[in-house]
Design a protein around this ligand. Structure first.
Ligand SMILES: NC(=O)c1ccc[n+]([C@@H]2O[C@H](COP(=O)([O-])OP(=O)(O)OC[C@H]3O[C@@H](n4cnc5c(N)ncnc54)[C@H](OP(=O)(O)O)[C@@H]3O)[C@@H](O)[C@H]2O)c1
Length: 331
């Protein structure tokens, strides 16, 4: 049997807890250590998830020689700093989406990964769920002809306490980085190239970050993506891929979908249902472990240059909105 991959979790918030749940059901994974800015918080997390080693600083986790890979679950504004610190100490990194707050930071993160020759991946969950692999199979088999348009919506109807990460511009909050990244990444996955034109409207809400937005991306051969994202709107979360011969509907809930249908001449001609195992974060963790075992430094399902391109698209989307994050001009 292959040796276990030893994971460390850096930070103890909402998604780090879910990631601990995901590792618990993943064969070959060992949650070996957790770090928080506060040792007591780390201790409580360790007790709940049976983690043997506990650190009261992120640096101590990165210094642990018995950790193979570190999961970064901090707010967007800290992703660069936390990931670089871990990679400089030789650790592989799985960093939550959005990879950073802007393209300059993403380029720097990727530069360090390559300089240190360590594995790095943006935790873009959608790419790794089984349904998406089957949908890509339909497209690659030419079932809908040439893909011409994508339409996708990812909206959360959150009720956030004042200062919550999701809305706090100081922490890179707002709909674009929090949920817009899913639909932008989805369009990027389908078209496999950066857009040549971007038009976007966003609304800056009372909390000072973008409450909701829409973006239209146009690609080299006239392909178009029509994308919406929001943080306090009860919209449907689904995606469509339209081709010259037919279209695919990915049902709610996008970005972790389980059902899709294929329509030819407006008639449903096939459908697939792929239930999720666990909370789905296990799929991205599994991909990291596959890459580490194969000696890969990045995943073919979420390449690093593409993560940088996605950040470039988000920079272009928010530029006309005048939306600036706290560490936007630090590099
Ligand atoms: N893939 C998904 O489905 C998904 C879902 C939700 C969120 N996310 C991503 O995960 C990341 C974290 O989101 P979350 O909802 O888990 O956030 P959260 O609940 O606020 O947790 C963030 C954690 O980061 C640490 N942290 C370090 N510096 C901080 C600061 N100045 N202010 C606040 N927290 C700080 C804290 O851990 P310590 O106190 O232990 O240091 C905190 O618990 C974001 O990038 C988000 O986009 C992904």
């Amino acid at each position: 049997m292959e040796d276990k991959i030893r994971w460390g979790i850096l930070s103890t918030g909402h998604i780090s807890k879910k990631f601990a749940d995901a590792l618990a059901i993943l064969p070959g994974a060992e949650l070996a250590a957790v770090a928080s800015r506060n040792i007591e918080t780390a201790g409580k997390f360790a007790e709940k998830y049976s983690v043997p080693k506990v650190y009261g600083s992120y640096e101590e986790l990165a210094d642990d020689p018995d950790i193979d890979v570190i999961y970064i679950g901090t707010p967007h504004t800290f992703h660069l700093r936390n990931s670089v610190m871990c990679m400089r100490k030789g650790k592989a990194v799985l960093c939550e989406k959005a990879l950073t707050i802007n393209a300059a930071e993403a380029r720097e993160m990727v530069r360090v990964a390559r300089e240190e020759n360590v594995f790095l991946m943006e935790a873009m969950i959608t790419r790794h769920v089984p349904l998406i692999k089957k949908v890509l199979g339909w497209i690659n088999d030419g079932r809908i002809g040439e893909v011409r348009m994508v339409k996708a919506s990812r909206c959360a109807r959150g009720v956030f306490p004042p200062g919550a990460r999701q809305m706090n511009p100081e922490l890179g909050g707002g709909s674009l980085l929090d949920v817009g990244v899913y639909v932008i990444s989805f369009a990027s996955m389908i078209f496999q190239k950066p857009p040549v034109e971007t038009v976007a409207l966003g609304h800056i809400g009372d909390w000072g970050s973008d409450e909701q937005g829409v973006a239209i991306l146009k690609y080299e051969n006239g392909e178009i993506a029509d994308l919406s994202f929001a943080l306090r709107t009860a919209a449907v979360n689904e995606a469509y891929i339209f081709g010259t011969e037919g279209y695919i509907k990915i049902e709610d809930v996008f970005a972790v979908p389980t059902k899709a249908s294929l329509f030819i001449d407006r008639v449903e001609s096939a459908n697939i249902e792929e239930p999720i195992t666990g909370n789905a974060l296990n799929y991205e963790a599994e991909e990291v472990m596959r890459c580490l075992r194969a000696g890969l430094k990045e995943s073919p399902f979420m390449p690093l240059d593409e993560s940088v391109q996605i950040m470039e698209i988000m920079d272009n989307i928010r530029k006309p909105w005048g939306l600036v994050y706290s560490n936007d001009n630090r590099l």
